[in-house]
Design a protein around this ligand. Structure first.
Ligand code: 9YW
Length: 435
């Protein structure tokens, strides 16, 4: 069974790989290159087709802007099966945007550093992979420098996101309170996502109004970072985003040491890193909840809800062993009942939990993959094994879907996975987990 699934996973990835040297997340629903998807996909490819893995990363990094920014979607082709496309985003408004690729003017979690390190770990031919990394690594460094220079207005070592799409966890209930502070216009537009996926599994029209309005404000200011920091109604320090930055910082340090030279760069990253880890622990840990939380930088208050992002610091070695214990207790207490698969994306004991709706509850394989590695690293062997086993079981039961109901008994006659099918990162990270 697992061997068949392994072959199927490879078939999913190969079918989603495009002539332009990038992989779509899911046919129809997501027809372009997404930043953090690409990173996870490259990890999957690295196990069986190293050249595709390199191509995926090269193509993504090739779309980098002159200021180091890497966009969240690269529009390689014209395709009207997705909204909002290149004609809505207008990345060319920013003077330093790529002249070669049209893209969005927002980013996604900084995966590229740790992905290069994972590719090195997986590669059989280490020398060849290190040569590839030498070609690309300075672009990742420039990306981190961009974040620390432009996304940390109070110089705390914690970078902000200015849009919920930058978090990767698009319609998380965490954003609900921010939406209440805004009153966007009613936009007139044609949704494309709900032609591919049932509307009950996707964000609402009113939520989309908020998403579009934030982009409009950024566009009115030509995607200028300082202006966005001043004016965006959405400005959040996200634990997942910052944990991935910290994980990638460490990867850059390790890889630069291995390459040799680069003393100046290593010194800078170490400086960013120690400040980031300290602030992360001081500011984002909520002792009463026993979890890390998001911080609303625009309205200056913590957003006190537990999500799967709350546990992501385990992946980046951020909590002390004592705090990691607290975190895992919270996870098992609220998310880990025997009637559930790990790990719901939102607190199942909270009223806002919805087991079928995108980031408001369903299980996502990329989060499980990160949590599995983090738990393993801290020595939580049993919980790590369950995280992996639950992920595999969900895929065995339903297929390579985008997200899954965490309830073992959904009450449906024909239970199914949700969102897009033949979803690339579910396939890619399955390949990594069973290897
Ligand atoms: C959208 C591609 C992307 C992921 C995001 C996920 C979803 C798409 O799909 O967003 O239209 O907003 O939330 O994390 O990168 O797989």
């Amino acid at each position: 069974m697992k061997e068949d699934l392994y072959k199927k996973a490879i078939a999913v990835l190969d079918a989603n790989f495009q002539d332009g040297g990038f992989t779509i997340p899911s046919a129809g629903l997501y027809p372009f290159q997404w930043k953090w998807d690409s990173g996870f996909i490259a990890i999957g490819f690295a196990h069986y087709d190293v050249e595709k893995a390199k191509t995926e990363m090269r193509t993504l990094l090739d779309a980098q802007w002159k200021n180091g920014f890497i966009p969240h979607i690269v529009f390689h082709t014209e395709n009207d099966s997705y909204f909002p496309g290149a004609d809505f985003h207008h990345s060319e408004l920013h003077p330093l945007s790529s002249k070669r690729y049209r893209s969005t003017g927002m980013t996604q979690p900084p995966v590229t550093g740790f992905v290069l390190q994972e590719m090195y770990r997986i590669a059989d031919d280490k020398k060849d992979m290190l040569n590839f990394i030498k070609e690309e690594i300075d672009k990742v460094y420039a990306n981190h420098e961009y974040f620390y220079k432009n996304r940390d207005p109070q110089d705390e070592g914690l970078v902000y996101i200015y849009h919920n799409w930058e978090s990767g966890t698009d319609n998380s209930p965490v954003w609900d309170d921010i939406w209440k502070t805004m009153n966007p216009p009613e936009y007139d537009f044609v949704r494309k996502d709900t032609t591919h996926v049932d509307a009950s599994q996707r964000p609402s029209k009113r939520e989309y109004d908020h998403y579009l309005h934030i982009i409009d404000i950024a566009k009115q200011n030509n995607y200028n970072d300082a202006k966005i920091a001043e004016l965006s109604p959405f400005l959040v320090q996200d634990p997942l985003f910052n944990a991935m930055l910290i994980k990638s910082n460490q990867a850059l340090i390790d890889l630069y040491i291995q390459i040799g030279g680069n003393e100046e760069r290593i010194k800078n990253i170490i400086k960013w890193q120690s400040k980031s880890i300290k602030s992360f622990n001081d500011k984002l840990f909520d002792a009463d909840l026993g979890a890390y939380v998001h911080y609303d930088l625009r309205n200056e208050n913590p957003i006190r809800h537990i999500t799967s992002s709350s546990f992501s610091p385990l992946f980046a070695n951020i909590p002390s062993p004592e705090r990691a214990d607290v975190l895992v207790n919270t996870m098992m207490d609220k998310f880990g009942g025997e009637d559930k698969y790990l790990c719901a994306s939102f607190d199942p004991t909270n009223d806002r939990f919805n087991p079928r709706k995108y980031w408001r509850g369903p299980v996502w394989i990329n989060m499980n993959w990160m949590l599995f590695l983090g738990l393993k690293n801290y020595g939580f062997t049993d919980v790590a094994a369950r995280m992996k086993q639950d992920s595999i079981e969900l895929i065995e039961k339903y297929g390579f879907y985008e997200y899954f109901d965490c309830r073992k008994d959904t009450g449906d006659e024909n239970p199914t996975g949700y969102g897009g099918n033949n979803f690339s990162w579910s396939a890619a990270l399955f390949i990594d987990m069973v290897n």
